[in-house]
Design a protein around this ligand. Structure first.
Ligand SMILES: Cc1cc2nc3c(=O)[nH]c(=O)nc-3n(C[C@H](O)[C@H](O)[C@H](O)COP(=O)(O)OP(=O)(O)OC[C@H]3O[C@@H](n4cnc5c(N)ncnc54)[C@H](O)[C@@H]3O)c2cc1C
Length: 413
């Protein structure tokens, strides 16, 4: 089958890998508008569930991705720089650029043609590729392919309320940090995590009112950055913020919620963010995009009939998305009302409210949260997580050398 993929993000690159592994006879081209290495955003987090799936699908790229990722442990919630609370858990992170590099190399190794610096933006651009057996539109949340056929897809696009900016910092965090700062204009916060040696990802967010009142809508990029460094001086330990997106300064954006009545029309299929987005505060968009990739490749392998393959893909993937989409909408609503939850609360109570934001919790959960702030309990929890991680890594076939030690807990205040 001759397949053209629009967009060279995780969705299309991993689809190309997955389809080639199932049928090396496919001729696949991936068309990306940006040059190699130029991407938006800085880091992405992911968890063992994604690694389990990637190892099961393609051990080569899974091993490379894991080797290029950083393990972070614990989540720390800081209010006003000093008041701190903790959650357990661990995860992995890497930069988007690294992820794309690993996937591009693997796709090329399997015979996929990856073309950079070419945009599919106009009806004429689209006509030039429309004679492929299948066009896979993985050109992100603002997909041009989807926009060119928005009636046929039944597309709905809703823009979120909170402005956010996807930055980096040279402050190296070793856990996942939420920092909330109260200003006379309202609350502003970031979440940050290590994403490459010497660099952490740092995503700053606030409500629309706070953004205007702080003047972040009106100042220059560099003045805005200096202001954020001042507001977060405590949480960043005086370190700098780094602003870069597609070779320019990062911009304040709003989350775009995308849904479609159908993900396929004629020989076109939407995958990843072009088909559906989930709010970034649950950190699942890349995982879901890569699940689409595996799902679509598998449906093409299962069914000779293209219509049936696309219909099956649409039904299965949509079903597996239902719960996570609901959780993402709840999470977005929580962050759009942070001022209400943060005002008058301490870090332990705010972190509890954050942890249970997606629904009912048993009454003893709050007591457990209080106990889990104890440094001895935190250490025990880290050791238990290390054991769990070791078992999971062995089960999926990670090399033994990757075994990680429990780093010392930072001193508690
Ligand atoms: C602030 C923020 C933080 C996030 N953090 C996480 C996280 O920690 N973990 C996680 O799992 N997910 C996270 N996500 C979500 C994740 O970024 C997306 O869900 C994921 O990138 C979707 O992959 P994709 O391939 O569908 O689209 P994209 O990654 O957006 O890739 C689309 C590609 O298409 C290219 N393109 C666009 N238009 C055209 C065109 N007209 N012609 C040719 N090429 C084109 C783009 O340049 C891009 O390379 C975050 C999102 C945001 C906004």
């Amino acid at each position: 089958m001759r397949i053209v993929c629009v967009g060279g993000g995780p969705a299309t690159l991993y689809f190309a890998i997955s389809a080639k592994l199932r049928d090396a006879g496919h001729e696949i081209t991936v068309i990306e508008r940006d040059p190699p290495g130029a991407t938006y955003g800085l880091g992405v987090v992911y968890w063992d569930d994604l690694l389990d799936m990637l190892y099961g699908n393609d051990m080569e790229s899974a091993r490379e991705l894991r080797a290029a990722s950083i393990l972070w442990q614990e989540q720390e919630i800081r209010m006003r720089g000093t008041d701190t609370a903790y959650f357990g858990g661990y995860g992995y992170s890497t930069t988007r650029a690294t992820l794309l590099d690993v996937l591009t190399r693997r796709a090329r190794e399997l015979g996929v043609d990856v073309e950079h610096n070419r945009e599919i933006a106009t009806p004429a651009d689209f006509s030039a590729i429309a004679d492929a057996d299948l066009v896979v539109a993985g050109d992100g949340a603002n997909s041009r392919v989807r926009q060119l056929h928005s009636t046929q897809f039944g597309s709905r696009v809703k823009v979120g309320g909170n402005p956010y900016i996807w930055l980096g910092t040279d402050k190296v965090f070793d856990s996942f940090i939420f920092a909330f700062e109260g200003t006379p204009a309202g609350w502003i916060w970031f979440h940050a995590y290590p994403s490459s040696p010497g660099i952490s990802t740092c995503i700053v967010e606030c409500t629309e009112q706070t953004w205007h009142a702080l003047g972040l809508d009106a100042c220059s990029d560099s003045d805005g950055l200096r202001q954020l460094e001042k507001i977060f001086a405590g949480a960043l330990d005086g370190h700098s913020l780094i602003s870069q997106s597609r070779g320019q300064s990062a911009r304040w954006l709003r989350f775009v919620e995308v849904s479609n009545e159908t993900w396929h029309h004629d020989n076109i299929v939407l995958i990843g963010d072009a088909a559906h987005t989930t709010h970034f505060t649950i950190g699942s968009g890349t995982r879901l995009a890569m699940m689409d990739s595996m799902g679509l490749a598998h449906c093409l392998f299962e069914h000779d009939d293209l219509d049936l393959a696309l219909k099956t893909f649409d039904e299965r993937s949509r079903e597996s998305l239902r719960q996570v989409s609901a959780a993402a909408r709840t999470s977005k609503a929580w962050y759009e009302n942070v001022d209400r939850y943060a005002t008058g609360r301490n870090a332990v109570d705010l972190s509890y409210a954050m942890g249970v934001r997606s629904g009912y919790q048993a009454p003893w959960r709050y007591q457990t949260h209080l106990i889990s702030q104890n440094p001895v309990w935190r250490r025990v929890r880290r050791h238990m997580a290390t054991g769990e991680r070791w078992v999971l890594a062995r089960r999926r076939g990670e090399p033994l050398a990757r075994r990680s030690r429990v780093p010392a807990l930072p001193p508690t205040s």
